[in-house]
Write a protein that binds this ligand. Structure first.
Ligand SMILES: [Zn+2]
Length: 312
C-alpha cells in the first residue's frame, strides 16, 4: 500500500477531537485551571511515538520531522522502507535521541531475512510496521524473520485489525484476518526476547488485544488510526477492556505499574503536523478512564524510553 493512499485515508478518517476533557475524578478547581493544550507534559517528559512512517515523497522529511521533534520533545520509531535505509540510519546516528530506525520490510519478500541482517548491521533497532502479509502473521514461513529479530532482542511493530482498502477496481491479496491481534500471543510466547508492539489495538478486537497484552509481558499496543475518533464519545469503554488494574490478574509490567493501561504505548500513524492532535486524543482517553498520572507518562514515552535506553 502506498504512503499516499494511507495519508489520503487518514485525512478523511481523522477529525478534530476536543482536548482537555476533564475526567470524573478531576476537581472543579482542576477543571477551571486546565489549559486545553494537546501537549501538557513538562519539557522533561519525552514523548516516544512508535508509529511514524518515513515519508519518501517529501524530500525535506527528515528536517521537517526534527522540527516537530524539537517542539514536542518527541522521539520517533521511524518506520523506514528498505530503499531509504541508509538515509534514515545516517540521520539516526546524528540525532540518536530523536530518530530510532525501524525497518519496514515485507514478510513475503524472498530476501527478507537478508534485508533484516543488513538492517541490523546498519544499527536498526527493530522492524515495522509489518503489514499486508500473504499468510497469517503466525505462518511458520515467517519464522526466519522472527528468529533473527529475537536473536537481536528487537522491537517489532505489527499492524493489527482492520486494514484500509485503497484500490477498489483490482483484486488484491490482502486480508485483515491475517493480522488479528490474537496472533501476537503466539509470536510473543515463541519468541520471548522480542518486544511485540501491535498497532491500532486490534481495531475492532480491542478485548483480544488487551487480553493478549495482559499475560504477555513483552506485548504492548498503540491506539493509532481511527479508534480514538470512532470511540471519542464513549472512551470510558476502554475501562472495561483494560479491566485488571491492581487485581493481581496480570504479569510483569514496566515499573511494576499496577494500572492495566500500562499496556498501551503512544503511536500516531499520521502526518507530522497531526501528531500533536493524537497526543490530545490520548489525553482525552486518559481523562475518560481516570488513568493515573504516572501511567500516562509511561504510556506517552516512559515505557519506550526504558526499552530504547533513551535519556529523559
Ligand atoms: Zn497499521
Amino acid at each position: 500500500m502506498t504512503t499516499l493512499s494511507r495519508r489520503d485515508f487518514l485525512a478523511t478518517a481523522t477529525t478534530a477531537v476536543p482536548l482537555g476533557i476533564v475526567g470524573a475524578k478531576g476537581s472543579a478547581a482542576e477543571a477551571a485551571s486546565r489549559v486545553p493544550s494537546a501537549v501538557e507534559a513538562p519539557a522533561t517528559d519525552r514523548i516516544v511515538d512508535i508509529h511514524v512512517h518515513f515519508d519518501a515523497k517529501n524530500p525535506n522529511y527528515l528536517d521537517d520531522f526534527l522540527r516537530v521533534s524539537d517542539r514536542l520533545h518527541l522521539t520517533a520509531c521511524m518506520l523506514t522502507p528498505f530503499e531509504h535505509r541508509r538515509a534514515v540510519a545516517d540521520a539516526a546516528r546524528k540525532h540518536p535521541t530523536q530518530i530510532v530506525p525501524f525497518g519496514f520490510v515485507e514478510l513475503d519478500a524472498p530476501d527478507v531475512a537478508q534485508q533484516v541482517k543488513e538492517l541490523h548491521d546498519l544499527g536498526y533497532r527493530g522492524l515495522g510496521e509489518l503489514e499486508f502479509p500473504r499468510k497469517a502473521f503466525i505462518d511458520r514461513s515467517y519464522d526466519p524473520v522472527y528468529e533473527l529479530a529475537n536473536e537481536y532482542s528487537w522491537i517489532v511493530l505489527f499492524h493489527t485489525g482492520i486494514v484500509l482498502r485503497a484500490v477498489f477496481d483490482k483484486p488484491e491479496d490482502v486480508a485483515s484476518g491475517r493480522m488479528r491481534p490474537v496472533h501476537l500471543d503466539e509470536i510473543a510466547r515463541r519468541f520471548p526476547r522480542l518486544t511485540v508492539l501491535g498497532a491500532h489495538c486490534g481495531n475492532p478486537e480491542y478485548e483480544w488485544a488487551a487480553e493478549v497484552s495482559r499475560w504477555n509481558p513483552n506485548v504492548f499496543f498503540d491506539l493509532s488510526g481511527s479508534t480514538l475518533v470512532k470511540m471519542r464519545g464513549r472512551l470510558n469503554h476502554f475501562k472495561h477492556v483494560f479491566w485488571w488494574s491492581a487485581v493481581g490478574q496480570d504479569t510483569a509490567t514496566p515499573n511494576n505499574d499496577p494500572s492495566a493501561f500500562i499496556k498501551l504505548v503512544f503511536g500516531s500513524d499520521t502526518e507530522l503536523e497531526r501528531i500533536e492532535g493524537v497526543v490530545g486524543q490520548y489525553r482525552a482517553l486518559f481523562d475518560a478512564c481516570d488513568v493515573p498520572e504516572s501511567t500516562r507518562r509511561m504510556i506517552l514515552g516512559g515505557t519506550m524510553s526504558q526499552f530504547l535506553k533513551l535519556p529523559a
